[in-house]
Structure formats: structure tokens, C-alpha cells
Design a protein around this ligand. Sequence first.
Ligand code: EPZ
Length: 418
Amino acid sequence: MGKYIIEGGYSLSGEIKVQGSKNAVLPLLAATVLNEGKTYFHNCPKILDVYNMLNILTAIGCTIKWDKDVLIIDSSNITTHIIPEKYVQMMRSSIILLGSVLGRLKTVKISFPGGCSIGTRPIDLHLKALKQMNVDIKDRHGFIECSTNEIIGNKVSLDYPSVGATENIMLTAVLSEGITTINNAAKEPEIVELQEFLCKMGAKIEGAGTDTIIIKGVNKLNSVEYRIMPDRIVAGTYMCAVAAAGGEVLLKDVCKEHLNSTITKINEMGCFIKEFEDSILIKAPERLKSLDLIRTQPYPGFPTDMQAQLMSCLVTADGTSIIAETIFESRYKHVAELVRMGADIIIDGRIAVLKGVNRLNGAEVFAEDLRGGAALVLAGLGAEGKTIVNNASHILRGYENLEKDLSLLGANIKYSSD
Ligand code: EPZ
């Protein structure tokens, strides 16, 4: 599963470009199935989750090609409506193929995506909405089988602004009969990106970024060329790396509007931040300040995908900080590992109380999920001595060049595939 070996105590300086967005590209890759032509992607991150999604697209009949950094997907010939189980088990977000394959073929069979280390992650909201769009759903033997002779647009109200459910409804409704309205929709930038991509292919959608999205069904979508937006969580992770290790760094190719809540918290910790057109300069203070309360929330609130990285900074801040993880029920797997490094953290259900210590000690730790793993690497940058972060494959799922980028900035970090 690979590991990162980090010698702590090196501050960061210089500039790096932020990769394309994982959580934007995955639904866009799923959406290519709706297009009977070709899709050309620029700025597509080369990460394990993308390769896994490309394996699924190949397995259902798409042709995949890289022309230097341009990813070309030909989805003119889809050969099956059955999504291979082995890939679904490797990546929860393959569930978004439910909407696109159903939209294209009017039938789909996919295995129930198991939970993952951060929570049970049910898909009840996805299925409830599809049933309201004239889709017959059978779940048996661990599989979901959906079929319809016609997807019919409808008014759908989500009990919770789920990102995945909003994306699946949009993908199902694009080639449907009539109009679909999603109330209490997710407002994440990745939803806006999906609307923009689908509309560039000829879809009729408006309202993404607000809590009401309206989709007018169309008959056909066209080939398209598209540049993937920058990854706001990777940008936030790098900002926390500077806060944890010290130093001054310019992050290039970021969309600062997507980072407002993250920038606010990092600024409150005492980091100096200067925003430019599409880049951000961050400079760390001598010692970070603690934060009274950080509550993770749906966008535009503070993202749950930044909770672990911010925690890895606050464990050495001056004072006590409190984090409330409101989105996922078991997203504190990194805590025991940070405590192994000398952090002082108490967990009570969804609440974490962090008493800042002067400095962490390097240690051998184990990543249990993507963002928790990245947080352990950040903790190692500021720690005394050597840190070994095992199970690095969790991190490679979403970070294209973590080791290379941090080395470029002066960190002492190596990746070993052993
Ligand atoms: C997306 O997951 C992201 N993944 C997650 O990022 C992110 O943490 C999450 O949104 C929240 O921002 C991708 O975009 C690929 P949700 P998703 O549906 O769509 C509950 C990362 O680190 N829920 O908004 O699965 C659910 O259990 C990943 O990059 C239901 O109860 O998130 C959770 O508690 C991790 N029933 C909450 O809603 C449903 O039918 C949010 O889930 C659907 C969701």
C-alpha cells in the first residue's frame, strides 16, 4: 500500500500549481456516458479514483485515450448496463453512474456501495428521488436494478442537501421527458461544474449553486471539450501544510471563491493570506492561534473534507480548539494516530476537543482514509524527527503529486511503494 517517510522541521517556500478537482471530475466522467460522441478533458487529475472510474467506463464499452495530458473518452458505443462490482467496491462515488447509465440506457444494475471508514453513507435519498421519476427500483442480492420505459421529470425535495443525490438526479433528468426541479439541492462548486459541463454538451439546466435546480429534458447531447476546475480541497490541504510546517508559499491555479470558509479559518489561526486573480499567497505565523469552534457544514459552510487537515494544524496551536463533525459519523480515524504523535485530543461523539501542544513527535502511523491520511502527512511536516505514514494508497486516491509538490517547497518527504 506504499508509505510516506517525512523528516519534520523543514519550513516551506516557493510556488506550486494546484491539480484538477477529484470531486468535480468524477461526476463529469460519469456524465460522459450520456453523450453518444467524444469528450476531451483538460486538467484531469491523475489519481487512483480517476483511474478506477476509467476502468468502469472501459468495462461498459467506452474507449479511453490520453493524448499527452488530454483525456479523450469515446462513449458512442455503450455495451452493457451492468457496472462491474469489483470497481464499485473500490470506490463509493461510482454510485453516480446510476444516473448517467440509467439516463442513457433506461436501465442499470449496480452493486450497493458499501459504507467506508468515514460513515455508513446510505443512498436512500438517491433512490427515493429516482422512484419519483418513473423509475422502477429493485434491490436484491446486494444489487440495485433500475429500469424504466421513460424517465419522467418531477418535483423532488431532498431531506438533506446530499452532493451525490443531487448529482444523480441531474444525470438522470438530462435526457428525460419533461422538467425536473430539485429543492434543497446541494450547492457545492462541484454541482455548478456538473451543470456547466452538461450545458456545454447541450443540456438545459439552471440554478446550480442555489438550493433549487431546474432541468428541462433534452433528446441528445453533443461531443465536448472541457477544462476541469482546480481542486479546492487540495488547495486547502496545501494551505494547512504551510500552517503546520511554517513558511511562505504561493498556490497557483486556485479558485479563491471556492475557498472562502477555509481561508477564513486559516486566517483566524494567524496565517497571513493575500488573494490574487487565480492564486493565493499564504505565510505562517510563529505559532498558530487556537479556534473556539469549527463546525463542518454543507457548502458554503466549512467543508468536512478539510476537517482532518485543519485538526493537524490546531493540535500545536496556542490554546484549546473544538471541532464538531456534523456530516459523517465516523470521520475521526486520524485522531488516534495524531495522539500517537503526542497530540492532546478528546473525542466525545461528533465533538473533538484539542488542547494545543508545543510540538508533535515523529512516529509510525497508519492512514485509514483519504483526508485523514493527508492530515498525518501534514502533522509529520511539523513534527520533531521522522514520521512514517503507512497505507499511502488512501492518499493517492485524491492527491496527484503530494510528495513531489511538498518536496518542491522544501519539505523532506519521500514516497516508498514498499
Ligand atoms: C461527496 O460525497 C464527496 N465525494 C465527499 O468527499 C464529501 O465529503 C461529501 O460530498 C460532503 O461534502 C465526492 O464528491 C466524490 P453526501 P457524497 O451525499 O456525495 C448522508 C472526499 O474526501 N446521506 O453529500 O457521498 C451521508 O451519509 C470525499 O473527497 C444520506 O443519509 O456526500 C452523509 O452523512 C469524502 N442519504 C451526508 O448525507 C443519502 O442518500 C452527506 O453525504 C445520501 C447522503
